[in-house]
Design a binder for this molecule. Sequence first.
Ligand code: FAD
Length: 498
Amino acid sequence: MAIDDIVIVGGGTAGWMTAAALSRLSASGRANVTLIESEAIGTVGVGEATIPHFVAFNKLLGIDEAVLLAEVQGTFKLGIHFENWGAQGASYFHPFGGYGYEFDGLSFHHIWHMMRRGGDRRPLHVFNAETMAAQAHKFARTGPDHPEDLPPINYAYHLDAGRYARFLRKHAEARGVSRAEGRVTDVSLDGESGFVTAVTLDDGRQVRGDLFVDCSGFRGLLIEQALETGYEDWTHWLPCDRAVALPCARKGPPMPYTRSTAWSAGWQWTVPLQHRNGNGHVYSSAFMSSDEALDILLRNIDSEPAADPNHLRFVTGRRKKFWNRNVVAVGLAAGFMEPLESTSIHLISTAVSKLLSLLSLDAITPVQEDTFNRLTEKEYVRIRDFLILHYKVTDRCDSPFWDYCRTMSIPDTLEEKLALFRHNGHVFREEDELFTETSWVAVMLGQGLVPEKCSPLAETYAGPNLIHEVNEIERSIRYLVQNMPGHQQFVERYCPAP
Ligand code: FAD
């Protein structure tokens, strides 16, 4: 079976990211790529915070960073500042870069933990450049290609997702992707194989295809409504199932980080863009009404709303299969986990990368389907566990929601990770798991989980030389940050919005 026609259903972030990545095929004439979208239905379009892999995704598409950021009114993100999570009034920073450096393979946090037990009161974050820069509201792109050869700063972007989709549309259409405007009203299946053969639009047009990418959002038009793939519901571990989004005017310079503030039955995001702040409140409808959620949000934004509140519903979980027959689900059609660690757009980029690696233009085989599903399931499960960690490791007992989260049973995979860390601070990153040791350490320590013992290896480094070395790490980070420009200054010079 030749794959001549690839049809993408949906033109949100997922649809246009897929189209941009597949446009190499249309540009070279190897396959026709068509994207169908309906302006009448619209997109979710609240995805605004990303993680560093997203920087790499755009680089692979050959997109100039400064041009992109100017178009999407973007700013830089060094990590996430969490407030009220481990306890009310407590806060910590989850940075993108690592702490200090490794001592013969031993991660720096073990050294820090040992020194702390010996009376050194310095917080771990003074050994992390991203946290120190974020606190000082500074930013610079450093690394080997930088004239001063400074150590690299790890970063991602905040962006306006609607503008990003429009930007990618131009990129994809210029490379031969066709766009069809219309609402899909019917899906035709082959009687024998059960493959999707065509979709029908509301004006009667039929769009035929060999491979379909379902980017139709929560409704999962092909993967669920047509193929009845099934959904695994994770609400019992991640009970938030609603959000209210409310963009606002921005006061003061944009922060180079996302803010996540926990409230009594969920949390609020603040994402600074060049022209506004993205705000929203993610909450659990079992513990809070939509009026209450909006009221909390309105009381905790510092400027005038720039639009009406947008209320959204979701079910946390994943499709039982992400690739089913000749349909590959990408984006919200594949599953959803709340935006606590900005993983949705990342999951779009990894789905697209896997699709490109597995795709052949002469057949669709069970092995492609199985590989895609196995790898994607692992990714989802690991991200899920990392998100549950934020709710489980807490001292909060001020509301029924936090009582539920603190005492709920958790997956065995997460239970093991917590037990290992509690014992002597070890974190094992499994295979190519998205979240690094730094991420797990930042959140576990940040939320109050302190290892009972030190790593015995750390103790072998104790002595005056170690103190000198550790002081030097702190000094060089302070020097680096001191010499960085302010974040706003950097944005104004590098990627000002037109
Ligand atoms: P959608 O945006 O819903 O697009 C669906 C597309 O399908 C639309 O073009 C629509 O017109 C089309 N369509 C649907 N039905 C039909 C039909 N019958 N006929 C034709 N076309 C149809 N992600 C992050 O990475 N970072 C964040 O900070 C972040 N914040 C979020 C906050 C909230 C509250 C939510 C809900 C999500 C957030 N996300 C975030 C996720 C992010 O918004 C989505 O992953 C991303 O926008 C992808 O959406 P999508 O393209 O899959 O779906």
